[in-house]
Design a protein around this ligand. Sequence first.
Ligand code: AMP
Length: 114
Amino acid sequence: MLEDNIFLKIIARQIPSQIIHEDDWCLAFHDVNPQAPVHVLIIPRKEIPTHGDLVDADVELLGHLHLIAVKLAKQLKLDDGYRVVINCRDRGGQTVPHLHFHLMGGRDFHWPPG
Ligand code: AMP
């Protein structure tokens, strides 16, 4: 996994991004390399490297991230369905070491995801 946490730079506004939501807990912005017509990343402000680093104290944050995903899915008109993905560490395909939800929609998704 890449060591450079580019998402911290997005939070700090050190590099540009297309932010569509921001609050005390999290940011959401368009993925720079979209894998679907809608591909948004939702990230916590808190530094959590991977899904496997979540702890009990993060339960409220996690609920918030999910509710933001629901809100953005409505806002982006993904009424007929969407996919939320979290890649964890190397074998899960994670490339940026900062927890993020991929919210994707606007096309059909298949299973297994590969
Ligand atoms: P993952 O492979 O699950 O760690 O996902 C990382 C995602 O971050 C990929 O979908 C990348 O396209 C995306 N990404 C990397 N750098 C940026 C950036 N500067 N702005 C927006 N998305 C990015």
